[in-house]
Write a protein that binds this ligand. Structure first.
Ligand code: MTE
Ligand code: MO
Length: 315
């Protein structure tokens, strides 16, 4: 998978500026679609197959959504933390409006989302980028977005329209969306059934990578940074499928202390946390650990959402 040459670091802002957003493309080169030629087809188990152009899509009721956008990381290394995360405001048309026009048949259970990018990945060629979701879930949650942070999507982030699947890993948010298929079954495909699956914590059959884990990221002070000795505010962001209910911070061997935590509100956004502390001259290790409303806690290590640790030198 190609990432931006140097992934920009996450700024400590509620909305991540788009120029700081990571880029993840599996299939080179990323397409530069022409807005006037773009169409979305909706096909499969539908009563009325659709071909929508942009004016037709934009004629439907619009919605805004602010949500965490987190890359799962490499599908072949599902336990390695990447902490590539952002918080973005999208706008567009809720998928359910489009589905209502297409009239899914009662046998339809799954929605497939296909992007316009084509290429090779993991030794397979001629691939499209394809993901799928259960119909009920897609109908409730998915947005067909044409803006991010109030501006049209840049080409690299899916212009003119991408799917946004809130509370799910961003691998489900298909860029350059051109085809939606309703089906009785899941698609057998590299990106649906063979990659982006993982064994749930208690064991069992591998499940598709969907719901985000409970997770947090320290944003201040920065890892590897030098800071003046004295009083500091440790800050960062925490997020999960459900709201985060507590974040604890540990400085060196001082034990876990509860940080002040912003509430999540109605949108699945990330939540800021802060804890004042005093850093004596010398090296320090700072850690943060989030707990969500389901009682899930970040594990100490060995998982992609393991406790985040930064090391700083106070001088
Ligand atoms: N069509 C298409 N959609 C895609 C991808 C892709 O390679 N092709 N990558 C996915 C992955 S793994 C992630 S993390 C997000 C990244 O979105 P961004 O590049 O806008 O940050 O897009 C997802 N949607
Ligand atoms: Mo990703």
């Amino acid at each position: 998978m190609q990432a931006t040459p140097a992934d920009p670091s996450t700024p400590d802002a509620f909305l991540t500026p788009v120029e700081h957003l990571f880029v993840r493309n599996h299939l080179a080169p990323p397409p530069e679609l022409d807005a006037s030629a773009w169409t979305l087809t909706v096909e499969g188990l539908v009563g009325r197959p659709l071909w929508l152009d942009l004016p037709a899509l934009r004629g439907l009721p619009r919605t805004r959504l602010t949500a965490v956008h987190e890359c799962f990381g490499s599908p072949s290394r599902p336990d390695v933390p990447t902490r590539a995360v952002a918080n973005l405001e999208w706008s567009g048309v809720a998928l359910h409006h489009v589905l209502a026009l297409a009239a899914p048949r009662p046998q339809a259970r799954h929605v497939w989302f296909e992007g316009a990018d084509r290429g090779s990945f993991a030794g397979e060629s001629g691939l499209a980028y394809l993901k799928d979701l259960p119909l009920d879930r897609a109908r409730e949650e998915v947005l067909l977005a044409d803006t991010v942070n109030g501006a049209p999507l840049p080409h690299r982030h899916g212009f003119p329209v991408r799917a946004v699947a809130p509370r799910m890993f961003a691998t489900n948010s298909v860029k350059w969306l051109t085809r939606v298929v309703l089906s009785e079954h899941r698609p057998e495909h590299l990106f649906t059934t063979r990659l982006y699956t993982r064994v749930p914590p208690g064991g069992g059959a591998p499940q598709p990578v969907r719901d985000v884990d409970v997770n947090s990221k320290l944003l201040g002070p920065r890892d590897g940074g030098r800071v003046p000795a004295g009083p500091h505010e440790v800050t960062g962001r925490a997020w999960s499928f459900t709201p985060v209910v507590s974040v604890e911070v540990a400085v060196d061997d001082g034990g876990w202390r509860p940080a002040a935590l912003q509430p999540r509100g109605p949108h699945p956004v990330w939540q800021r946390f802060a804890l004042p502390c005093r850093l004596a001259p010398g090296p320090h290790r700072i850690r943060c650990r989030a707990t969500d409303a389901r009682g899930r806690v970040q594990p100490p290590g060995g998982a992609r959402n393991a406790v985040h640790t930064v090391e700083v030198l106070a001088v």
